[in-house]
Design a protein around this ligand. Structure first.
Ligand SMILES: Nc1ncnc2c1ncn2[C@@H]1O[C@H](COP(=O)(O)OP(=O)(O)OP(=O)(O)O)[C@@H](O)[C@H]1O
Length: 272
């Protein structure tokens, strides 16, 4: 790998009850775009917040550009392009005043790039944030994350709420940022977006890193298996009731469909 820009070494943030991230280690090299995939609650957002220094790790070491994420959080939060998974925007502000506010927090006026991004995403920034649709608010978050041309981008489910055309434009934007040399960690539930942008993908399950795949190997079936394991994929609606009726809670129905894929093809198509 090229010089690591994003690095976690045995990072743990334990919220109790098995929730959080545990002993997490990975690195993203300069100029790499890496997908960060996991089921709901797997620990993707917690990892992003640890990297931004919004959350302090219980153990291990998280660094961005060699700087410790929590100790250097002021500089990191100024410089990194972060798109949170859940945007909490001040409803009373207009899109433009919010973007100017974010730029001000970074110590600058609204960059020219903001206008180019506003135009590219066909955003009307004059509306109040509370009056905007979900997807429109997401566009404001995207402009805020990208407008200063950051060297590092942490994007947490970035196309959430975007329509298909805007999803495509977003993929084009990430590709252009990669060409510019940006280092990007992108969490997503949208396979097309990961395929379209990422060099490789990391899989996290219950707060632990479980596997890794290169983008070319991310078929739907292989991705599902990385995410959930074969056992979870066999479950069908009605299984529990049928199992109880048969006096066997774990029994799988005999006509269970394997997502249209034969066991043989799953061996071929799988990414280990
Ligand atoms: N502040 C907190 N206090 C307690 N538990 C938390 C806190 N933040 C996150 N968690 C727990 O940590 C686990 C990981 O949450 P996280 O938000 O990182 O999941 P995720 O992978 O981003 O999921 P999703 O795909 O649903 O967004 C979850 O079980 C969550 O409930």
């Amino acid at each position: 790998m090229m010089e690591p820009v994003i690095q976690l070494e045995r990072v743990t943030k334990d919220y109790g009850g098995g929730r959080g991230v545990f002993d997490l280690s990975f690195a993203v090299g300069r100029g790499e775009v890496v997908g960060f995939l996991g089921a709901n609650g797997a620990g993707k957002s917690v990892t992003m917040r640890l990297l931004m220094g919004f959350v302090r790790a219980d153990g291990g070491r998280a660094t961005l550009g060699g700087r410790p994420c929590f100790a250097d959080r002021a500089a990191i939060q100024r410089e990194v392009g972060y798109l949170p998974g859940e945007l909490a925007l001040p409803g009373d502000m207009t899109g433009r005043s919010f973007l100017a506010f974010v730029a001000g927090m970074r110590g600058t006026a609204l960059p020219c790039r903001a206008n180019a991004l506003i135009d590219y995403f066909e955003l009307d920034p004059s509306a109040k944030l509370r009056a905007m649709s979900k997807g429109t608010r997401q566009k404001v978050g995207i402009v805020a994350a990208f407008m200063h041309g950051p060297a590092v981008l942490l994007l947490d489910e970035p196309t959430s709420g975007l329509d298909l055309l805007m999803q495509r434009r977003f993929v084009e934007l990430v590709r252009a940022e990669k060409r510019r040399g940006a280092t990007i960690l992108l969490s997503s539930h949208v396979l097309g977006e990961v395929e379209g942008t990422c060099d490789r993908a990391l899989f996290v399950r219950s707060g632990r890193l479980t596997s890794e795949a290169c983008a070319a190997d991310l078929t739907l079936d292989a991705t599902l298996e990385h995410l959930y394991g074969a056992e979870a994929l066999r479950r069908r609606w009605g299984d529990a009731a049928e199992g109880r009726a048969a006096g066997n809670r774990s029994a799988a129905p005999s006509d269970s469909v394997d997502l249209g894929r034969s066991p043989a093809s799953s061996e071929r198509g799988g990414v280990r």
